[in-house]
Design a protein around this ligand. Sequence first.
Ligand code: DQA
Length: 157
Amino acid sequence: MKIGVVHGPNLNLLGKREPEMYGSATLGNVDEALVALGRELGAQVVSFQSNGEGALVDHVQQTAASVDGFLVNAGAYTHTSVALRDALIGVQRPFVEVHLSNVFAREPFRHHSYLGDRAIGLVAGFGIDSYLLALRALVSHLRRGRGDESAGSSIQS
Ligand code: DQA
């Protein structure tokens, strides 16, 4: 199983950017933790970050055929990008929307997502754990789709 992680604009600044909001982990830390958890879960995790909307659309289009699903933290494009929404719908791959912060506890313009209604689920507000919880949930979802009845047990203690 292979999972593509898509990080949008300004997430390259993680660790330095508003640490009180986004925490002290760097994007490298996030990606390392995802690879390590992926290994535990039996999933290969490949990450990509761009500040450009077009680059994110190109990446989704170009990699969709080689992945089973995506984790998407589109950053500010979550709230603005019809193009990224169309790309994710167009490639027909399940995806989970991820946010480090609880976007619903922030400014009203962050309450709307162009992705959320087409995502299989949303994880927000847990910092780096948002990505890790989302990876567990996506892998379970994909395994269930393959008829593995024990899928989901990894999220229980
Ligand atoms: C974010 C939330 C967005 O509203 C914001 O523009 C970001 C980060 C998050 O992970 O909490 O860049 O996606």
